[in-house]
Design a protein around this ligand. Structure first.
Ligand code: AMP
Ligand code: MG
Length: 212
């Protein structure tokens, strides 16, 4: 089982790069050959957290989660990581075979009103044991523009300076995560109009990983 953690601050386009990258893997390998190409399954950490937070009647939209009290966010974060680990174990039990490789789409840090909340604190890393961290990045001006045009989400309006700080914190903490797990960190740039190039880079990375 290989576990790739893909992160990117809101508006960097990490979910889009994962989706497009996997599409390319599928196209390149053809249906029957997916397993050989790594058979990566994507999973959104925010989805698992949102499910748990909704069940507890805490939020109605996913963008309300980062506004919850810090302790509540940490509690749901840990709950979600155990749910993901359970999914992995379940996969193994069901077929009796090696479980599928996983891509977890999440955040290095979540910007809350109490400051930067680590998305993958030690207790989460210990459970998930990632093999690789991928950081999807863009220029602060690009991120700001994307957030303004995304009508599907309640994205925060942030000054470019503050987006730059957030991205810096994500880089710094990703190396700390790497030190704790021995995994490496790969940065993929996702600039405006260059999604294809970013998706290609991501899909080539998955291919190389599955062949290593
Ligand atoms: P997303 O759709 O990826 O922007 O995630 C939605 C929300 O899920 C985020 O705004 C956070 O509140 C929460 N979330 C996702 N991943 C994590 C994580 N690793 N730790 C804490 N909160 C997270
Ligand atoms: Mg996303």
């Amino acid at each position: 089982m290989t576990l790739v953690v893909v992160t990117g601050m809101p508006g960097a386009g990490s979910s889009t790069v994962v989706k497009e990258g996997l599409k390319r893997c599928g196209e390149r390998c053809g249906e029957g050959e997916r397993e050989r190409a790594g058979g990566f399954t994507p999973l959104n950490y925010g989805d698992v957290m949102f499910e748990a937070a909704k069940e507890e009647g805490l939020v109605e939209s996913r963008d309300e989660m980062r506004r919850l009290p810090g302790e509540k966010q940490r509690e749901i974060q840990l709950l979600a990581c155990h749910k993901i680990a359970e999914l992995e174990r379940g996969g193994k039990r069901k077929g009796g075979e090696k479980s599928k490789n996983l891509i977890i789409d999440t955040h290095c840090t979540v910007k809350t009103r109490f400051g930067y909340l680590p998305g993958l604190p030690e207790r989460v890393l210990r459970v998930l044991k990632p093999d690789l961290f991928v950081l999807v990045e863009a220029e602060p001006a690009e991120i700001s523009r994307r957030r303004q045009t995304d009508k599907t989400r309640q994205r925060d309006v942030e000054a470019e300076k503050s987006i730059e700080e957030h991205q810096f914190m994500n880089r710094a903490v990703s190396m700390a995560y790497a030190c704790l797990t021995s995994a490496s960190v790969k940065i993929i740039e996702n600039h405006q109009g260059e999604l294809e190039r970013a998706a290609e880079e991501f899909s080539a990375l998955l291919k190389a990983l599955s062949e290593s």
